[in-house]
Design a protein around this ligand. Structure first.
Ligand code: UD2
Length: 313
């Protein structure tokens, strides 16, 4: 039986966690993914070491079967995107809330030792104070933010009422290789990189002065491994950010500098449900989990750009 299970394991964050686990000595990893947005191509280099269960996370019985005998579950499966949750709220509600409930229910039933839940910085909403600390009141501004926050509350309640050891990590705008740029709902850096490689102008929603704590996927994968191993802290939530803050205008400028081009962006109206500024306070995650982000924005963006360039070729 495999010790580790990753839901959403064919996605860009889930597959990074698998790679980190395998590098760290795991012999095999169980992947649960319905391949709605996950891709088998993301598993190409680890295919011989993963057991893929093509399962929807709303399917309790199939989850139980796939998790039987495992010790650790990383719950990454979700329908992401703030604007998608506004344009089409039913699927994201069903997967992000009902699916998350079934994952925790199944994990509790098979007596998983720890479940690490992928929460979202969107739960904070707009706060006057930056960086955002775990002690601040949540204020979700979109269905997606509310759904991810509900998952956190379920993780905490599963710890207190059902004996399932859980830790939630609020991700802050994760980016890196394998992030899918093919949809208008894709993460902004993947869309920016697609544009710069095609020599096209991106569309920036608003004035481009909104900021994000862009966090490199490898740092997030390592934090997941640490959260799985840290003893204690069950039912708690931690920021999984880099600790910095970059505006969209700065990100696009840096890409132009890397490529030695000048392409003015197009500006459109601000997006509904958007948070203005987002920066993580990393103190609690550093103190309790040993969080140690290694990639500066410049370094992570350069590595990501190189990966997309190679994959386009
Ligand atoms: C939220 C969460 C993030 C993660 C993600 C999952 C916040 C602060 N962050 O990311 O942690 O959970 O949801 O989907 O809530 N934009 C453009 N042009 C484009 C696309 C986006 O200007 O073509 C802007 C967008 O309006 C926003 C910023 O880029 O201001 C980032 O957008 P995003 O969709 O990459 O991520 P975001 O911040 O909604």
């Amino acid at each position: 039986m495999n010790k580790y299970v990753v839901t959403g394991g064919a996605g860009f964050i889930g597959s990074a966690i698998e790679r980190a686990l395998l590098r760290d000595g795991a012999s095999r990893v169980t992947v649960i993914d319905n391949l709605r947005s996950g891709k088998e191509a993301n598993l190409e280099d680890v295919r011989s070491s993963v057991d893929l269960h093509r399962v929807d996370i709303r399917d309790y019985d199939a989850l139980r079967t796939a998790m039987e005998g495992a010790e650790i579950v990383f719950h990454e499966a979700a329908i992401p995107s703030v604007p998608l949750s506004i344009d089409d709220p039913v699927p994201s509600h069903e997967v992000n809330i009902n699916g998350t409930f079934q994952v925790m229910r199944a994990a509790a039933a098979v007596k998983i030792r720890r479940l690490v839940y992928a929460a979202s910085s969107s739960a904070y909403g707009d706060t006057e104070v930056q960086p955002k600390a775990e002690t601040m009141q949540p204020a979700p501004k979109s269905p997606y933010a509310l759904q991810k926050l509900t998952g956190e509350y379920y993780a905490s309640v599963y710890a207190s009422c059902f004996g399932l050891d859980t830790v939630s990590l609020r991700y802050f705008n994760v980016y890196g290789p394998r992030q899918d740029p093919s949809s208008p709902y894709s993460g902004v850096l993947s869309l920016f990189i697609k544009c710069i490689l095609a020599g096209k102008a991106p569309t920036i929603f608003g004035d481009g002065e909104q900021s994000r704590d862009f966090t490199y996927v490898e740092d997030v994968a390592q934090l997941n491994l640490k959260a799985a191993r840290a003893s204690g802290f069950s039912g708690r939530m931690y920021n999984g950010g880099n600790g910095g803050r970059i505006t969209l205008n700065q990100a696009w400028s840096l890409l132009q500098k890397f490529e030695g081009v000048s392409i003015p962006p197009l500006y459109g109206p601000p997006r509904a449900g958007d948070v203005r500024d987002s920066q993580a306070c990393t103190k609690a995650a550093v103190r309790d989990l040993g969080h140690d982000p290694k990639y500066s924005f410049e370094e992570g963006l350069r590595l990501t750009l190189e990966w997309y360039r190679a994959s386009v070729r």
